[in-house]
Ligand binder design. Structure first.
Ligand code: HXC
Length: 274
């Protein structure tokens, strides 16, 4: 650990400029949860490489302004389709809007999620169900709404998972159970759709700085402590996860399906000082 070794200054998180500029030219991304955080950043990275996009989220105003910023910063078109992933009809509308605007869907990011800290004994049945309905059922609803279009383009799914369920994390029973389900759902999709040329993978982010998830889960001012618990000695950045997204949708990942790519600086391996 850091006592015995000098902490190495790692370079700033990689930029996706390591990929060719136009690898996603002509492609269309459909991203739930794209109005903010990790999914916004992934959408931006994929658009930077040539794709157009639809972002889906519940907060219409935030979504519209995110779509505008994405269009302005990437020079590609992004549209906002407000809706709740718990409602299949909202997703059907979002898909309809996407096809009207762009004519196709190549990539889907299932990223909408809900989370709060609550002990097993304290969380209500409705609260537990709410998290499962957003994270797991919402992922299923998104797959169901988009699959017909994704089959046409032999496209690819990316689910935003987590590392919470690899061990027991206190006060995180609902999102842990939900994300374990997301991994399983992604695998099922991969084997059912593989023969049709459709891929399905997950990215499992560790602690990512500047996200709503970290705001909700970690006490303010604890960043330095969290950094020290990560073998690579720093929390991740949204760009770290965006790079994984670009890789998994890129032709470099053509033979990768049914995988979970963990991107956590090695954090899940750290058990604390003996
Ligand atoms: C205990 C809570 C609660 C809290 C809500 N509930 N917040 N229980 N502690 N802090 C309970 C409510 O009392 C209610 O149960 C039930 O949950 C539903 O609450 P609603 O407010 O009606 O639900 P809704 O408006 O649909 O909001 C969903 C939400 C909310 C999940 C509760 O927090 C939300 O919209 N979050 C979206 C954004 C988000 O969470 N982003 C971070 C994702 S981070 P009762 O019994 O009273 O009816 C992430 C990363 C994971 O996923 C990995 C990190 C390392």
């Amino acid at each position: 650990m850091a006592d015995e070794h000098e902490r190495v200054q790692l370079p700033h998180s990689p930029s996706t400029s390591t990929f060719k500029d136009d690898i996603f030219k002509g492609k269309v991304l459909f991203c739930t949860g794209g109005g903010s955080g990790i999914c916004y950043e992934m959408t931006k990275a994929i658009m930077t490489h040539g794709a157009q996009a639809t972002i889906v989220g519940r907060k219409a105003e935030r979504l519209e302004s995110a779509a505008q910023s994405l269009s302005q910063s990437t020079g590609k078109r992004c549209i906002a389709a407000s809706g709740d992933v718990r409602k299949p009809e909202d997703l059907a509308n979002a898909v309809r809007k996407t096809i009207e605007a762009f004519g196709r869907i190549d990539f889907v990011i299932c990223g909408a999620a809900g989370n709060f800290l609550a002990p097993i004994e304290g969380i209500s049945s409705n609260a537990f169900r709410t998290v499962l309905e957003i994270d797991l059922l919402g992922t299923y609803n998104t797959i169901k709404a988009t699959l017909e279009e994704v089959k046409k383009t032999r496209g690819s799914y990316l689910h935003v998972s987590a590392t919470l369920h690899y061990s027991g994390i206190p006060w995180q029973s609902a999102p842990s159970a939900a994300k374990a389900g997301v991994d399983a759902l992604s695998n099922a999709l991969a084997v059912e759709m593989g023969p049709l040329g459709v891929r399905s993978n997950c990215v499992a982010p560790g602690a990512i700085r500047g996200t709503e998830g970290m705001e909700r889960l970690a006490p303010k001012g604890s960043e330095d402590l969290i950094d020290l618990g990560i073998p690579l000695q720093k929390m991740g950045e949204k760009g770290d996860i965006a790079s994984v997204g670009v890789f998994l949708f890129s032709p470099a990942a053509t033979w990768i399906t049914g995988e979970v790519i963990v991107c956590d600086g090695g954090g899940r391996h750290f058990q604390g000082p003996m």
